[in-house]
Design a protein around this ligand. Structure first.
Ligand code: 6GU
Length: 247
């Protein structure tokens, strides 16, 4: 997968050299490039913002540098390798909620382009113009406000990269994790069996795989019902079986 990121703070993305994302970059699974928006400014002050029309607090990102950046990174002309236009993602508190389902959808794309806004946001015409020639999605991490899109891109890129083929050693861990089936995962334990007077639940040491699966399912349902009743309400009724209803 190819990923381009445009930001006025490219230094935010230094951690993308580390750990499993760094490894995915090193082995070519993830072809990532970070671009400084100010490359596409032409005045001596390399201005990227201005005061909002209509008044109000803060500054708005001017459209010209963004227009030039998107023209450069998403050219209309087909390249010799027959590339398609990237999917443009704009982190913003007014976006659609990011989710594991959206992470899966984005992991199936061949080229993502993240446009990180700062201040009060990017001039709306940048998104409207981009939408005339490529798919544009404003995405929010949740109901709170960040200074800008940079940290949100780190979060989204981590969720997406770990879904790319070959990135996780054990693909089974994708199938069993929280949110894979609309439920939170059960608690996990490792050695020692007894620690500071606290015991690992007996069932997990029983070797009885049927009982273990039943216990994990019960704990998963209990956790989800307590912490995320919204997720229980959203479950398709057929995903609960008779033995679930009994608990
Ligand atoms: Cl994706 N961006 C910004 N700037 N603020 C946010 C957000 C994103 N998600 C929640 N708050």
């Amino acid at each position: 997968m190819r990923v381009d990121i445009v930001s006025i703070f490219p230094e935010y993305f230094a951690p993308l050299d580390l750990s499993l994302i760094g490894k995915a970059r090193a082995n070519g699974t993830l072809r990532l490039a970070v671009h400084d928006l100010r490359l596409w400014t032409h005045d001596v002050h390399r201005t990227v913002d201005d005061t909002p029309y209509g008044g109000g607090p803060g500054m708005v990102m001017r459209p010209e540098p963004w227009g030039a950046a998107l023209d450069s990174l998403a050219p209309d002309e087909l390249s010799p390798d027959g590339h398609t236009l990237p999917r443009l993602l704009v982190p913003s508190p007014v976006g659609v909620p990011f989710s594991q389902a959206l992470a899966h959808e984005l992991a199936a794309e061949s080229h993502l382009l993240f446009a990180c806004g700062r201040y009060e946001g990017i001039d709306q015409r940048v998104l409207d113009h981009a939408a005339t020639r490529m798919r544009v999605t404003e995405v929010s991490l949740g109901d709170y406000v960040l200074f800008g899109g940079e940290v949100a891109v780190l979060v989204m890129l981590e969720a997406i990269t770990r879904l790319l083929p070959g990135v996780l050693g054990n693909a089974g861990s994708l199938d069993e994790e929280s949110h894979a089936h609309g439920l939170l995962e059960a608690p996990v334990y490792t050695k020692p069996a007894s620690w500071r007077g606290l015991e690992v639940p007996e069932v997990l040491r029983s070797g009885d795989h049927g009982r273990i699966a039943r216990w994990r399912r019960d704990e998963s349902l209990l956790r989800t019902a307590t912490r995320r009743p919204d997720m229980i309400a959203a479950l398709p009724p057929e995903s609960l079986d008779k033995r679930d209803r009994a608990t």
